[in-house]
Ligand binder design. Structure first.
Ligand SMILES: NC(=O)c1ccc[n+]([C@@H]2O[C@H](COP(=O)([O-])OP(=O)(O)OC[C@H]3O[C@@H](n4cnc5c(N)ncnc54)[C@H](O)[C@@H]3O)[C@@H](O)[C@H]2O)c1
Length: 356
């Protein structure tokens, strides 16, 4: 299986996608590093920790478990874990391995970014969403009461070790939620990936190993390519937000409890596709073809109680709006996009109304 590379100019690192890759974790730790701290959640550790333990045999390492869940992606956990690092002999020579889903990747990465003003991190993502998205690209962070990911840092990892084998234990709903990010990668940048999701639905849902590996590898390839060209999201990286603008608004309006992130992105993509059609970027039949693939991986949680006005108010407050202007990522075909802030509000209203 392939190894991809992120090359931001300042930093270069490998992203390994391979069944059994966790066994090779030790090879990516520089020999002179001191104590290794593995940050994870108890449930994940119970299921898959043995592979990490074996890979670290013979090295000084400690395990730091935290409760996990979006509600624990908070600065208080960073402080508690940093204290545990000091107690465990951590210093500037330490290294963090973030072993878990996106919450662990974000928080473990942030811990590494701030511990002793920065120690290296190796990301080992264990959910589909984290393997195709959160684990790659160096965005780390925590939530504030006021909103998600409002504190954080860019901290590129030394390596990303992706083992698609661990996805076998993922709960069905979490797996499906991750599939929407895979479809997103297809729509924005890869017709072959889009066709895979369109034509191999049953194999995808049955988690057939070869199909899972193709989905993860092609998504990782795209994410590496985009991040390499635009690490800090000043240009190309914005295309990764396809479906996320409305998705974030849905998550916020439902108190982050009804929708999983991927599910909200799925609905957000339906709105973005409608907007692409209304703005004259794609014809109706093509919009329908793409939307059918998104819907095929549902169902979505209920949209009861959501209103166009409520969602529009959230859109204006989105942290990615720049001086109040939302940058829309529109589909211009299968595998191509355009980013524009020049979209009339009544089109947005129609597009949002179409998913409620
Ligand atoms: N940094 C980025 O670029 C980026 C990108 C996208 C999302 N994110 C962040 O990622 C987070 C969401 O990530 P997520 O969807 O992975 O959620 P998550 O980390 O909460 O994991 C979802 C659930 O799956 C469980 N789990 C993890 N791996 C498992 C496995 N192999 N088998 C069985 N269960 C397993 C977890 O314990 C958890 O209950 C959000 O906080 C989001 O902000 C970050």
């Amino acid at each position: 299986m392939p190894t991809f590379t992120v090359d931001t100019g300042a930093q270069q690192y490998p992203v390994l996608v391979e069944r059994g890759a966790l066994a090779r974790l030790g090879a990516f730790i520089p020999p002179k590093r001191g104590v290794v701290f593995v940050v994870s959640e108890e449930g994940i550790w119970r299921m898959h920790g043995a592979a990490v333990e074996q890979a670290l045999a013979g090295r000084p390492w400690r395990l730091i478990l935290f409760p996990g869940g979006e509600e624990n992606k908070r600065l208080a956990q960073i402080e508690a874990m940093a204290e545990q690092m000091v107690e465990g002999g951590g210093d500037r020579s330490s290294l963090v391995i973030a072993f878990g889903g996106g919450v662990v990747n974000d928080l473990g990465g942030f811990l590494a970014a701030v511990f002793m003003r920065g120690v290296p991190v190796i990301q080992a993502p264990t959910t589909l969403l984290a393997q195709v998205d959160a684990g790659v690209g160096g965005k780390t962070g925590a939530n504030l009461r006021a909103g998600k990911n409002l504190v954080g840092a860019f901290h590129q990892p030394l390596a990303v070790i992706t083992d698609p084998g661990v996805l076998a234990t993922l709960p069905e709903r979490e797996y499906r939620a991750g599939l929407f990010e895979v479809i997103k990668h297809g729509i924005i940048r890869s017709e072959p990936l889009f066709r895979l999701m369109q034509q191999r639905r049953e194999a995808v849902l049955a988690r057939e190993p070869d199909v899972v590996e193709q989905m993860v590898a092609e998504s990782v390839r795209i994410k590496c390519e985009v991040v390499s060209q635009d690490e800090k999201e000043s240009g190309l990286r914005r295309i990764l937000n396809f479906g996320h603008t409305v998705g974030h608004a849905i998550e916020a309006e439902t108190g982050y409890s009804r929708f999983l992130h991927g599910e909200a992105v799925g609905l957000g993509m339906l709105a973005a596709l409608r907007l692409s059609e209304l703005a004259g970027r794609i014809p109706a039949p093509l919009r329908e073809e793409m939307a059918a693939v998104v819907r095929a991986y549902g169902p979505f949680p209920s949209t009861d109680g959501l209103t166009v006005d409520g969602l529009l108010a959230r859109l204006r407050k989105d942290k990615k709006a720049i001086q109040g202007a939302v940058h829309w990522v529109l589909a211009t075909g299968i595998g191509s996009t355009e980013v524009t802030a020049d979209i009339a509000e009544d089109l947005v209203r129609h597009a949002v109304a179409s998913i409620l």
